[in-house]
Write a protein that binds this ligand. Structure first.
Ligand SMILES: [Zn+2]
Length: 130
């Protein structure tokens, strides 16, 4: 009689709507990522399987707090302030959809951005000196 190993409970793809993507790391508060020891792929979210090579040799890592804005749009919703959202390419080749905020530096493609926090909310904003 053979023993079948118990399958992991979580799914290989992170639930970006419901998973808590913020984690505390020695570097500080960062978005949670997963890095594959077999192929080197880095993914957003806490995962049990590599989405590139299906290896289970993965570990939880902090994602970089800096990146480059790939593309964005502004949402004009009735009764709400204009909200900017866009895709950010983090410095380790992970692309994530994120809320965006802008102060004195306007949003534009290819602008360097950095991670910011407002309570438990996270966003990217053009990096100082961009
Ligand atoms: Zn892999």
């Amino acid at each position: 009689m053979s023993v079948t190993p118990e399958a992991p409970v979580s799914v290989p793809i992170a639930d970006l709507e419901n998973d808590d993507l913020l984690g505390a790391f020695p570097e500080g508060r960062r978005l949670v990522g997963t890095r594959c020891a077999d192929c080197g792929q880095t993914m957003i979210g806490d995962r049990v399987v590599c989405s590139a090579c299906v290896s289970r040799d993965v570990s939880r890592v902090p994602l970089p707090a800096t990146g480059v804005l790939y593309s964005f749009t502004r949402l004009h919703l009735k009764g709400e302030a204009v909200r900017a959202v866009g895709y950010v390419d983090l410095d380790d080749n992970v692309r994530t959809l994120a809320d965006l905020r802008e102060d004195s530096i306007p949003l534009r493609p290819d602008v360097p951005v950095e991670l910011g926090f407002d309570g438990d909310d996270w966003f990217f904003t053009p990096a100082t000196g961009a």
